[in-house]
Design a protein around this ligand. Structure first.
Ligand code: ATP
Ligand code: MG
Length: 506
């Protein structure tokens, strides 16, 4: 075991209960000085709960925290920050209407004798962004940033605190490969300077690259700890889920039906520069029963394409045809009613109604746009909710629990379930695996394959090659708003990545 000196923070016997839920059942957890300690675990294992306790967001039901050998109690995040502990939240905690600068310095404004020193704040924000190699202006409202950029702002805010202990809860879920590389360089600079990092991610391979010490949490208890040098992916998964897993092979042997969705010469203008197209004269047809994967880097235009098909952004040219009928002129609600479903990229903004229960989110009954849901009877609704909760293995106390009480990954499962519950004929999924664990990913894939076998047309957008290879009948690669190449069973990881413009790492 490490000497006292090499451990900066010790949590002992931490218990946390929420009503009948025992989220943490007596956890001992060490943060190693100047190292990266990574916490692995399934959705709902208790990772975020433990981190919220260590950063003053939540108080433990019982247990102690020792910082540099001294017992401490945090009444608030400010309290923890004053002791040098900062956290990057899994669910972004930014105020969308404020600009980047004000989000970063909210509650900690820099002052001159006469007021807030905006100039100095701006200078610091620029320096932070430079360090993160990100071109984000301090005065941009956060609402105007894409999800990945918002995540960068969340990271910059934590970095601005100059903490000794920095907790990163899923910091990369919306970042591009390049942004992840930059973040890892920042992490390495920080640890060299003596900062201790706690890292959490469901991108297991990626996380292993930065990990010094690995800790696995399962169902509220620690199941394993190890030096990163002594473990591999299989070790992590085995300790996380208690068995091996397999994402499976793409379904084969189905005869596809007619064309369900036909995207014909569709263009979408760049909102910032209408001369440019983020989707550029793109055509794609998807048949009933077919799973088509759209692979591309962040910024390739995948989100804009799916949002255009769903009617969330206007098209500058072309048309969208579903089952032979031009739906380009229909509203979002009309498209949903016509059997088109979108699992959006940003679950907090577009996917869930945070003030409602798991059941209401799943059944849609109270959302005006989802017209079909209005006709569900109480009994039918309860049945639907329990079927969805079961088939996606959503970890929730009950259907009546507020959606905010679910772990991040379980909220994402509800977003997917909600769209499947509308019983669409065409489903569009935009990075649906964000924040969900390896086991849940397998569940989602099985469910989609099963629905496809019954005739559902699936369009699955992702920046993870492995997901394409596991789920798709056909893979199209998007780059700068266009489809540059298409693969069938001949797809390989290297060929897909090369086509996307990504450097292929051997
Ligand atoms: N405010 C709350 N009220 C009720 N239950 C909660 C609350 N916060 C968390 N829980 C429960 O505690 C358990 C652990 O959740 P936690 O968010 O810590 O999981 P996690 O390991 O971070 O999962 P994920 O990988 O999905 O983010 C879950 O069962 C969750 O539903
Ligand atoms: Mg979490």
């Amino acid at each position: 075991m490490s000497s006292t000196d090499s451990v900066v923070l010790r949590a002992r016997d931490i218990v946390k209960t929420y009503g009948a839920t025992r989220a943490l059942k007596g956890v001992n957890f060490d943060i190693h000085r100047g190292k990266v300690t990574t916490l692995f675990g399934e959705n709902g294992a208790g990772k975020s709960t433990l981190m919220k306790i260590l950063s003053g967001v939540e108080r433990p039901t019982s247990g102690t925290i020792e910082l540099d050998g001294e017992i401490v109690e945090f009444a608030s995040t400010q309290d923890a920050a004053a002791r040098g502990i900062a956290i990057i939240h899994q669910e972004l905690s930014l105020a969308p209407n404020l600009n980047v600068r004000d989000n970063i310095f909210m509650g900690r404004e820099l002052r001159t004798r006469t007021g807030i020193d905006f100039a100095e704040e701006e200078r610091r924000v620029r320096a932070l962004m430079q360090g993160l190699e990100e071109d984000i202006d301090p005065l941009t409202p956060v609402a105007d940033l894409r999800l990945g950029q918002q995540q960068i702002v969340e990271i910059a805010r934590a970095l601005s605190i100059n903490s000794r202990i920095l907790i990163m809860d899923e910091p990369t879920s919306a970042l591009s490969a390049t942004e992840v590389e930059v973040l890892f360089r920042v992490i390495s600079d920080l640890t060299s300077a003596g900062v201790s990092i706690v890292y959490i991610s469901h991108h297991l391979e990626e996380a292993l690259q930065v990990t010094d010490f690995a800790v696995v949490l399962r169902d509220g208890s620690i199941t394993a700890t190890a030096n990163a040098a002594d473990i591999d992916l299989e070790w992590i998964v085995r300790n996380m889920v208690g068995s091996d897993y397999d994402l499976g092979e793409p379904p084969t042997g189905y005869a596809f039906g007619d064309v369900a969705l036909s995207i014909e010469h569709v263009s979408v203008a760049d909102p910032e520069n209408p001369e440019r197209f983020v989707v550029d004269d793109l055509s794609l047809q998807v048949r009933k029963g077919e799973v088509v994967c759209i692979y591309g880097l962040m910024g390739a235009g995948r989100t804009e394409l799916l949002e255009a098909v769903a009617g969330r952004v206007p098209i500058a040219g072309g048309r969208i045809v579903k089952d032979g009928v031009d739906i380009s002129g229909l509203s979002i609600a009309e498209r949903i009613d016509a059997g088109l479903g979108l699992v959006p990229e940003d679950r907090q903004r577009d996917g869930l109604v945070q003030t409602m229960s798991v059941g209401s989110n799943l059944s849609l009954a109270s959302i005006g746009a989802f017209v079909r849901g209005l006709f569900l009877s109480g009994g039918r609704e309860r049945e639907l909710v329990s079927t969805m909760v079961r088939s996606l293995q959503v970890k929730t106390a009950s259907g009546e629990a507020p959606i905010g009480s679910l772990s991040g990954g379980n909220q994402q499962k509800v977003v997917i379930g909600k769209i499947l519950a509308t019983d669409p004929d065409v489903i569009l999924l935009d990075e649906p695996s964000r924040g969900i664990d390896v086991g849940a990913k397998g569940e989602v894939f099985r469910l989609l394959a099963q629905r496809a076998a019954q005739g559902l047309a699936v369009v699955y957008s992702t920046s993870e090659v492995g997901e394409c290879l596991s789920i798709a009948h056909r893979i199209v690669v998007m780059r700068r708003g266009r489809i540059v190449v298409e693969f069938g069973s001949d797809a390989t990881k290297e060929a897909i990545m090369a086509a996307s413009g990504e450097a292929v790492v051997a």
